[in-house]
Write a protein that binds this ligand. Structure first.
Ligand SMILES: [Zn+2]
Length: 344
């Protein structure tokens, strides 16, 4: 993988860090994995017991666990973990507590409340929780290991299945890992009762995922292949591969300027000039993104993606993109662009 690069840490240890290890807490987790030669499934019970006194406790419902005596010299830290947690949740919680122990600036006592009241001063607490979660994700699903898995299976759905099975993590934990580390060219969604509960895309992907809160069957699938899916007891996870090519559906029937002029007549006169500029900006952005495109098909795919990504709050631009003549406009525009690209 070209992503991988080696970095020498301060104590001279050779680390396989990657550009994806962006935060110090993730690097602390990667360091721990490497020093101890860990491989998924990570034995978090043994790991926690090796660095802290772990006790099972009965907590009020909202507390998963807590860490005591962090960074007190001469005192062994303690992890108290709720005895009512499902296995996978317990594993993530333990990995999270190990994060509090290993992240040097986490000190004192930290209680992991599931819902922290909004009224409380909670900025620093929320930040430490996010840091411990990033540590836990890197510990349970190390980046270097995930990248090796990606060499075996590129498709996010297959990768999710593999991560859940081998790393013994939740569907959602695997979902975020996959979104972060999978190659460019995929959009994904988590669907509950037919509605989009979460959506995202892998890094560098231009195509737009379905909108959260919308119905799955409203998703415009022009630029994506059929999805692959997997389901937990409550949620279906879908990932679509963005098409490498789309067939442009026809030949130009009239010059694109004429079609655009006609479409602009359907909106108020005072909005036309600005809207025309915005349409040109969207198409211009698509064509400059499609740097290597040669054919009308390739320009058409780029233009479709860019139109999906336009600003939805721009009511008049939306009116043009939704206009029945817009497909003819796009066809004419892309054919002309291909001719231009071929011209010496
Ligand atoms: Zn915590």
């Amino acid at each position: 993988m070209t992503l991988a690069k080696s970095v020498l840490s301060s104590d001279g240890l050779q680390l396989n860090l990657t550009v994806d290890l962006e935060t110090p807490e993730e690097r602390h987790a990667a360091l721990l994995v490497q020093r101890r030669g860990l491989e998924p499934p990570i034995d978090v019970e043994a790991l926690a017991a090796s660095m802290a006194t772990v006790a099972n406790k009965k907590f009020p419902l909202k507390i998963d666990g807590l860490c005591l005596d962090l960074k007190l010299s001469g005192v062994r830290p303690k992890i108290w973990i709720s005895d009512g947690l499902h296995r996978v949740r317990r594993r993530f919680t333990l990995a999270h507590e190990i994060g509090h122990i290993r992240i040097p600036w986490h000190t004192g006592t930290i209680v992991d409340e599931v819902d922290v009241p909004h009224s409380r001063e909670r900025g620093k607490y929320v930040e430490m929780e996010a840091e411990a979660n990033r540590f836990a994700a890197e510990l349970l699903m190390p980046t270097v290991w995930v990248l090796r898995c990606i060499e075996r299976t590129h498709h996010p759905t297959d990768l999710m299945r593999l991560i859940i099975k081998v790393a013994d993590v939740s569907f959602d934990a695997a979902l975020f890992r996959v979104q972060k580390l999978c190659p460019t060219g995929y959009v994904g969604a988590a669907v509950r009762d037919g509605f989009i509960a979460w959506s995202g895309r892998t890094r560098g992907t231009n195509a737009k995922p379905p909108a959260v809160g919308s119905r799955l069957d409203e998703f415009d699938t022009l630029v994506v292949e059929a999805p692959r899916e997997l389901s937990s007891s409550t949620t279906t996870y879908l990932w679509w591969k963005v098409r490498d090519t789309v067939r442009i559906p026809g030949e130009p029937e009239e010059p694109w300027r004429e079609i655009l002029g006609r479409m602009l007549l359907s909106i108020p006169e005072e909005q036309r000039f600005l809207t025309q500029q915005r349409v040109n900006a969207v198409i211009g952005a698509a064509f400059s993104r499609a740097r290597n495109a040669q054919t009308a098909d390739e320009f058409y795919l780029a233009a479709l993606e860019q139109c999906q990504n336009r600003n939805d709050r721009d009511r008049w631009l939306k009116a043009i993109v939704d206009h029945p003549d817009f497909p003819s406009y796009l066809i004419a525009r892309c054919h002309q662009q291909a001719k231009k690209r071929l011209a010496p």
